[in-house]
Ligand binder design. Structure first.
Ligand code: NI
Length: 247
């Protein structure tokens, strides 16, 4: 159930049965010549919505802009500063916590968000007990969808060692399955430059001229994306259930 499509009495009733909520978080950044700018947010929300169907859980609005400083030499990318993202995540969690939510399961589509998510969770753990009843019972967890057992297995099966580290064939496939009318028909003669290191935006573009890190995103397909969504949503639903039921 998407929170945006619920009424407040529905949310109130939901809270009588569950204190859990799924929060999709992604990014708005270049994903190579054939990847959508919204790939990370699209992957996170597609998997969040599917996992929520399997678990009858509420899903918060997608946090679609993340920490993407290293992609800023490519047009269309938008970045929050790390501390801005910490504050956004903290405010979202504490808002929902005021209504009674206590388990926050972040389905994450972007590795660049990880440090800010971790920092935000400890901001929440510091602040919540001081400002609300049962604030010390609040728990937040990040699930990186690409790191689930099914995502790792299918990455290997579908793309071997050519999935890459950014604008991966897997994530481009998931976004293609979500938005099949927006698949880009682009000829890509070779794979992205091999992954080395990651610093600032100008250096990123020098190392990875077409925006991909080691990825053969030309192998992406709607069919592959549908398989990944089906399997990974089940993994995430299982992880969510464990998280909300854990003592
Ligand atoms: Ni991505």
């Amino acid at each position: 159930m998407r929170l945006q499509l619920m009424s407040w009495p529905e949310v109130e009733r939901y809270l009588e049965d569950s204190e859990g909520v799924i929060v999709p978080i992604g990014a708005t950044e270049q994903h190579g010549p054939n990847g959508l700018i919204g790939t990370d947010a699209i992957c996170a929300e597609t998997l969040a919505w599917r996992s929520a169907e399997l678990t009858h859980s509420a899903v918060a609005p997608t946090l679609s802009v993340g920490m993407s400083e290293h992609h800023m030499a490519f047009p269309g990318s938008i970045s929050l500063r790390p501390m801005t993202l910490v504050t956004v995540v903290r405010d979202v969690v504490l808002s929902l916590a005021r209504h009674g939510f206590r388990r926050f399961f972040f389905i994450n589509g972007h590795g660049g968000n990880t440090a800010s998510l971790d920092a935000a969770f400890f901001e929440v753990y510091t602040e919540a007990p001081r400002i609300m009843d049962r604030g010390d019972e609040l728990r937040c967890l990040t699930a990186d969808w690409w790191d689930t057992p099914s995502a790792l297995r299918l990455s290997e099966e579908l793309f071997g060692d050519r999935d890459g580290d950014h604008a991966t064939a897997s994530e481009v496939s998931v976004a293609a399955a979500a938005w099949p009318d927006h698949v880009k028909r682009v000829e890509l003669a070779s794979d992205g430059a091999p992954t080395t290191r990651l610093f600032g935006p100008r250096d990123f573009r020098r190392r990875y001229p077409d925006g991909r890190m080691g990825s053969a995103s030309q192998l992406a397909s709607v069919q592959a994306g549908e398989r990944i969504i089906d399997a990974v949503a089940k993994d995430l639903a299982e992880a969510y259930r464990e998280f909300v039921e854990e003592e």
